[in-house]
Ligand binder design. Structure first.
Ligand SMILES: C[S@@+](CC[C@H](N)C(=O)[O-])C[C@H]1O[C@@H](n2cnc3c(N)ncnc32)[C@H](O)[C@@H]1O
Length: 317
């Protein structure tokens, strides 16, 4: 492909799916599968996913056979992504042999013998969602994929966990954890400076004047979860590793790489510690490496599965 002249976040999220599929930690995934309570038509699982993007995780959980009877609420602050999820999910489910019913724009119902899943999508900021739902404590599983590194975890996490029923589970895969590796090296000192400045932009990110991000969210989650009284049941790395094979980059992963380089370019433009000319050359060389199929990219990330405390069972004297 040629270097894109414009970038689409929807195409990036679509391209990210095959990268995530390889990266997701199998041990944490199997632990999630084992920890999910049995669901029935009378007692479906209630799942909430925040920052759900195009709904890739709904597809993954359904395709992986982890859901039989469930209600799945997928929210994201971006209306364009939610609109695209509403367009794609029914089509995907029908292709997989599910019977699909839609009631209104927000509700998708998919059924197969012995399986029944209601999916609700909503374009809403997580802070507004929490304010509206606070205290409900009905959720069996909370999912936040590639999301917690974008928010202020110390304030957001306790509010999110308060949406879970006692004993409820949370699953936070693809949480960034402070490693951006691009090979081959261009100029080792400059490569290292750019990586450090890039991570610094995550650490200093403000949204509406409030801190929103941490380049080492993955490792810090353990302490934040402990402080929130939650238990980590399983954890493991889920690094993105993107490289060319005999047939070039798989799927749309060349675009994925161009998007990552473009994101670094946008985040670091005008950074006082980087010489503008050398930085512009570095970005151009990285895009060229994608074109030549020589760029290899690793992002270090962690998957965590955990549980909030269950009520104490009264013991008989
Ligand atoms: C890196 S993307 C991950 C999307 C999806 N979870 C995936 O892995 O494909 C992060 C998503 O979080 C959403 N997001 C960011 N801040 C949010 C907020 N405050 N409330 C709701 N969604 C938010 C973005 O719109 C984006 O779709």
């Amino acid at each position: 492909m040629s270097i894109p002249s414009a970038y689409s976040f929807t195409r990036y999220l679509t391209a990210k799916k095959s990268v995530d599929d390889r990266a997701l930690n199998r041990y944490v995934w199997q632990s999630l599968s084992a920890a999910l309570p049995r669901s029935t038509a009378e007692q479906p699982l209630h799942i909430l996913e925040i920052g759900a993007g195009l709904g890739a995780m709904v597809e993954r959980l359904v395709a992986g056979g982890l859901l039989s009877h469930a209600t799945y609420t997928a929210i994201d602050m971006e209306p364009t992504l939610i609109a695209e999820a509403r367009r794609r999910l029914p089509q995907w489910a029908a292709e997989q042999g599910w019977q699909v019913r839609q009631s209104g724009q927000e509700q998708i119902h998919i059924q197969r013998p012995g399986q029944d899943i209601g999916i609700t999508t909503e374009a809403i900021d997580v802070a507004h969602f929490i304010a509206r739902e606070r205290g409900q404590r009905t959720c069996d599983l909370l999912i936040a994929q590639a999301f917690l590194d974008l928010v202020d975890v110390p304030t957001t996490l306790p509010a999110l966990l308060s949406l879970l029923r006692p004993g409820g589970l949370f699953y936070c895969p693809i949480t960034f954890d402070g490693g951006t590796v691009l090979q081959p090296e261009i100029e080792p000192a400059l490569d290292a400076a750019i990586e450090a400045c890039y991570h610094q932009t995550m650490d200093r990110r403000l949204v509406d004047g409030k801190p929103s991000g941490d380049s080492r969210t993955g490792r810090h989650l353990f302490t934040h979860l402990q402080a929130a009284g939650a238990e980590v049941l399983a954890a493991g790395s889920s690094d993105w590793v993107v490289f060319t094979g005999a047939n070039g980059y798989p799927a749309d992963e060349a675009y994925f790489l161009h998007f990552i380089i473009h994101t670094m370019h946008t985040a670091l433009s005008g950074h006082p510690d980087l010489d503008p000319g050398r930085f512009a050359d570095w970005i151009a060389q990285r895009h060229a490496q994608v074109e030549q199929g020589t760029l290899m990219y690793i992002a270090h990330q962690l998957d965590l599965l955990g549980r909030v405390p269950a009520p104490l069972v009264a013991t008989r004297e």
